[in-house]
Design a protein around this ligand. Sequence first.
Ligand SMILES: [Zn+2]
Length: 400
Amino acid sequence: MKKVFGLKGRVQHYAWGGQTYIPKLLGTSSDHRPYAEYWLGAHVNAPALVLTEEGEIPLDAFLKTNAKVYLGETTFNRFGKLPFLFKVLDVHQMLSIQVHPSKIEAEKGFKRENELGIPLTALNRNYKDDNHKPEIMVALGEFWLLHGFLPKEDLFEVLHKNPEFTALTAIFLKDGYKGLYRYVMELPLVESDKILRPLVNKLLPLYAENKLSKSSPDYWAAKAVAEADQADHLDRGIFSIYFFNLLKVNKGEAVFQDAGVPHAYLEGQNIELMANSDNVLRGGLTPKHIDVPELLKHIVFEETKPEILKGSLEGNGIERTYKSPAPDFELSEINLYQNKPFKGKSNSVEIYILMEGEIVVREQETSLVLKKGESFLILAGAEYQISTSSHAVLYKATTP
Ligand SMILES: [Zn+2]
């Protein structure tokens, strides 16, 4: 049985995407559309295509034909289908502030909205499926994001330092993270404008003159306003920019976001691996559906001390694995040099993307030649070898 196949992902043209990174990676010409995400998964909305002798077959349909064998017994018994979604992201404009539900909450929410008869495609639908959505990302260059609430002392300092926020100090002191966040998120827009407008008016000229630094929330608050569509009111998501940890992640470093940790991607390119779900509760900086009570229900209101993961090198000295508590996925980076092939053995299904260089993948009689931007699928039970004549960088998604 053939166990190695070429794989073609699917581009998502969300408005926040950049125009050049993904087309360049894939070797296609840029057509002035935003190329936000490149999906390598079996999600029904955009399944990757498996390149077989019988033509291109959507990955979800392909896996179904022999799921237990293709996924491997452990993965099949636990999940019944491909449990993860693998992506390349190019964030040009910041994404919405969001949080993902736990598995139990997703099951409850999905059932409730089904019972209420809210169509899956409705704009006010929160739960698209019954799954949780932990995610891990590895930066492909300098990457900026918001990740969890600031530690207490830091948040007090932010409230103290910005005169617009000083009145909020008493609320934080008395009611903690939840009280503070609930207060600003439930403020009538005219009231939140009274706090944010003087701040924004002060920042916009500095932003226009390039005088703000990316390591300050001032830069991102100004950017959010400068890039937003003209609106009567300021987006309350600006508070989150000041209340959350602002992180800069360097190439090869990773961040894991578990259920309940509020976050937002701000700028840069990354590889992202997540549980196969589309459940997102939003808290601003987006024209999409925002449900504040539902959002507040799922945020874990505590400080986050950010952990930037460097990954750990496997015994072969080639593969760097980024461990996380999620049972649904495991991400690793493979750095390949001439004369030192990578020998793999798949217990579960694996998906690879080649980010740099050219490689040959061999498994029994199958041999696949790939160049930058191309992807492939390895079914469970394969013993294979990947080699290069120069230098190559790959990312692999599988189950732990
Ligand atoms: Zn997310």
